[in-house]
Design a protein around this ligand. Sequence first.
Ligand code: CAA
Length: 517
Amino acid sequence: MEIREVAVVGLGTMGAGIAEVFARAGLGVTAIEADAEALRRGLSTLDASLSRAVSRGKLDAREQSEIRARVRLGGGFASAAGVDLAIEVVPERLEIKRQVFAELDRVCSPDAILATNTSSLSVTEIAAGTRHPGRVVGMHFFNPAPVMRLVEVVSTVLSREDVPAIVADLARRLGKTPVQVGDRAGFIANALLLPYLNHAVGLLETGYATAADIDTAATAGIGLPMGPLALLDLIGLDTSLSILEVLYREFGRPRYCPAPLLRRLAAAGRTGRKAGRGVHEYAGARRTGPASAEQNEAGYPAPDTVTLIGAGDEHETALATALASAGMNVTRNAAHPTELVVIVAEASQQVLPAALAAGRPDQAVGLHLLDGLAPGSLAELVRTSLTSDKSMLAAVGLAARLGLAVVRAPDRPGFLVGALLYPHLADAVRMVEDDYATAADIDAAMMLGCGYPQGPFQLLDAAGATDVLVGLRAMYLAYGFPSFAPPPLLAEHAAAGIDFAGVGHRRAGPAGPATAG
Ligand code: CAA
């Protein structure tokens, strides 16, 4: 069965993107919205995206008008009567989805496939309410739909056998990579992504770090394409909240419990880019908003003299050389009066003991280098409970003189990058442990769906299972949150010294470990 004509119901940010993807691939698209105003808004999103592609030289004007001509404005559900596939992209509420499916079920031919773009709701429940549940599947795109390559194809126990394969073929024709998944809340990518985003809101809410620093920790520290708070603004805080509510109801794990600040921002209408304001502020596609403290501090001068305290290893020597080359006088003598005491910080070690030992804890700042001293690499500036504001500013100046990007972090386990990353990696390991998905599928989903340059298991292997384990243990000891408890599978990998990449995790059956084939 070749899909040629589709209907897209709901032209919000995601729906407009999906309509664009279909039309670009040469399919006829019937766009259906609740009213003329919503339809107009959706089409203007689609037009803006096409114009952007033209201005970037990715499309010419003729292609743009051909694509646009393939999108027809539907006059209600009846206009979906002749389509081969209808996909709904309406808000994440089961009762709304069910209403839409009831209408589609009524008007579409029994051969047509009905797809939901739900991020987390049960496709089975949606299918069960229709007359022909065998033709109902999930076809889950990622934001921005024209860019992200993953499509999760969700089948249910009710799905007709041929339907997921037809939808996967369609996804390939759209230039996407389909991944077949079962009907489990959040499927693969959202089940892993959303608790990480939620945790980032928690860090902001509790004053652990600023919004700008949280986002920089993810981009410059982990290498992700966007920070978690900027990503929440892209997905929509309301949508993210709905997904978390479903995940929390389904799994009951505290990491899914929506951060109160997320609820407040969504309730206040600060739903993200689409509203011009979410965690950050926007004018069109551009980030605006008041100058952050970080920007104000950017011009702060580097100190003339610095005391450097480290383990006497090559990291300390390299830092001493860099500081001297950048024109600062460096001493290792703690008694020597200098403007700043720089403690070379190790990932899972508290800075305070060294700061106290140096005798001038108010002047001491931990410096944790994530990736050496190459220009633009990230340094975490670690503030103990005794560090003065002046010393933090001097450390910002010092890092700027060295050409490093900085984030500020409290003297807590993981500092900021680890505090975001370690629990995220633990979640990924738990998904494998629970037989939710394989490490390879999780890596693929996060790379194709969320633009990760490396999947979580590749990140984990690169960081080293032992280091991640040590970081998590320290976080668990400090906070006692069950989600920080290191998963046994991680401890096993650390103890055995084996990577996750390429290791298939099969359950041991009653007759012993399962074997391939
Ligand atoms: N619509 C269409 N195209 C867009 C776009 C949009 N909204 N935003 C960016 N693009 C295109 C640009 O035109 C550009 O295309 P070319 O390379 O062909 O010129 C390309 O994407 C890169 O864009 P930029 O150079 O402007 O910006 P960037 O390099 O910073 O990339 C990004 C932007 C692609 C969004 C990138 O930051 C990224 O991958 N972010 C992660 C997004 C993510 O995680 N999405 C998944 C969220 S979860 C979800 O959506 C599922 C759910 O159910 C909630």
